[in-house]
Every structure is written in C-alpha cells, then in structure tokens.
Design a protein around this ligand. Structure first.
Ligand SMILES: Nc1ncnc2c1ncn2[C@@H]1O[C@H](COP(=O)(O)OP(=O)(O)OP(=O)(O)O)[C@@H](O)[C@H]1O
Ligand SMILES: [Mg+2]
Length: 241
C-alpha cells in the first residue's frame, strides 16, 4: 500500500518588529498581494495586531463584518472571518472597535486553515509582550522589519532573541524607510548585527503614504515606484524558498 501522504501545510511567517511604525503592516499587505498576484501562491494575510489592527486599511477593508477578534472570542469559526481581495488574496482583518480578544488561541485557530493555503503572513503587535510570543509562536519563520536607526535596531535585536527563545528561525530582515543618508546604518551593518540576511532595502517613498490614503497597496497603486521595486524583490526571495 502506498504511504498515506500528509496533507500539505502552509508556511506561516510572522512579520515582527518590537518597535512601532517601522512598516510591518505595509509590508504584510504588499507582500501578500505580490505572492498571490505574481507568484500565484494561495496566500492568506492575518491582522494579529489586536490592539490597533490596520492591515485592512491597505485593502479598503475598514469595518469588517467578522474579524479575528470575533473568532478569538468564540463568536465565529475562523473560516467565516476570511475575506477575499483581488488576485485570490485572502485576509482575516481585525476590528478597531473590539478589545480583549484571547490571543493565546491564535495558534489553534490558524492551524485549522493551514492546509488551505501555500503561505500565511501574520502582521504583529509593536511590543515585546506575551501577545507577540503567542503570535510569533504560531509561525514557522520570522521576518524582521527594521529601519536603519539605532532604536529600531535595538528592537530588532530583541526580536532575534525572541526567535531564539521560541526556537523559530529568522527568515531574513527587511530594511524599510531607507533614505540613503550617511547618518543611517548600512544594509551590511544591519545584516551582520542581526546575524540575518537583508532581503530588501525599501526606500522611504511618498507613494507609500499616497497608496495608504487611497486604501490601496502601493505595489498596485504605484507599481513602478522605488518602494514597489524593493517589495517585489522581497516577494521573489520569499516565494523561491
Ligand atoms: N517605505 C515607506 N515609505 C514611506 N512611508 C512608509 C514606508 N513604509 C511605511 N510607511 C508609512 O509609515 C506608517 C507606518 O507604517 P505601518 O503602519 O506599516 O507600520 P507598522 O510597523 O505596522 O506600525 P505599528 O507598529 O503601529 O503597527 C504608515 O503611514 C505607512 O504608510
Ligand atoms: Mg502595524
């Protein structure tokens, strides 16, 4: 008798930085779109920033009927919180008006969807707390987002430590909001300090702000912008694994 094949399970990546505002949500949304649109991967993005969920803002999903909060509070099953976007991308949004969802359930909830996707991306909270441990602990790989300054790098060193403590590998680092000034840390400084590969250096680009204002991912709003070019490089690196 042929061996029973285990059903394929999605790769789960959490997008992490202990510091706020460095670009986790922007990168999760745009990476998700590119993996679905250009790499034809069955992709799900999840807003696991339960305190300030803004992932849906990039996809014009501001006030979802069913959110991750509802699922974690036991009001709905996780597949009921899946919303479809263009190019076959799926998103589970959070709700900005709900609080106190029990995040420790997240791993079990996501496990129920893992055979339906090639890749699942988790947007995370900007602090090194128990919640982040639960979210990152639900993933197979960690993608660290940092900007090229000392406070952000300090936060990224904490993210590396978290990955070691959880026993989850760092897939790489995304350097974001790069201005190419001599007061910034270089890509090689960042890579060697964190002991990880820098997968993309995304410039600070006004098109990213404009795209968010229009509630569109920048890779669709301004596909030829400098930021979109580097986001594409990031998606290529993740997709070829
Ligand atoms: N490369 C970039 N160029 C210009 N603006 C950017 C870039 N990346 C992100 N931004 C802007 O920076 C702001 C913060 O980005 P984002 O919400 O993605 O960060 P975050 O790390 O998810 O923040 P938080 O920690 O609060 O969740 C947003 O207004 C976004 O449009
Ligand atoms: Mg965010």
């Amino acid at each position: 008798m042929p061996p029973v094949q285990a059903s394929k399970k999605a790769r789960i990546l959490s997008v992490v930085s202990a510091k706020g505002g460095v670009g986790k949500t922007t990168i999760t949304a745009n990476l998700g779109v590119l993996l679905a649109k250009e790499h034809k991967l069955k992709t799900l993005i999840i807003d696991a920033d339960l305190d300030l969920p803004t992932l849906g803002f990039h996809l014009d999903l501001i006030d979802p009927d069913i959110s991750l909060h509802d699922v974690l509070k036991g009001k709905f099953a996780i597949n009921q919180a899946v919303h479809a976007y263009d190019y076959g991308l799926h998103i589970i949004p959070g709700s900005v008006s709900e609080e106190n969802a029990p995040v420790k359930e997240i791993k079990n909830e996501i496990a129920q969807l893992a055979t339906q996707y090639d890749i699942i991306l988790l947007d995370t909270v900007p602090c090194m707390d128990e919640g982040l441990k639960n979210i990152a602990g639900a993933s197979d790989e960690i993608l660290i987002v940092t900007s090229p300054d000392l406070p952000s790098m300090t936060a990224s060193l904490k993210a590396v430590k978290l990955s070691r403590n959880l026993g989850i590998p760092v897939r790489g680092v995304v350097l974001n909001k790069v201005r190419r000034k001599n007061y910034e840390l270089s890509s090689s400084d960042v890579g060697s300090a964190l002991g990880a590969q820098v997968l993309a250096s995304i410039p600070e680009d006004p098109k990213v702000y404009e795209a968010l204002f229009e509630k569109k991912p920048v890779v669709l709003y301004a596909p030829k912008s400098p930021a979109s070019g580097e986001l594409r490089k990031l998606a290529d690196a993740i997709a070829k694994d």
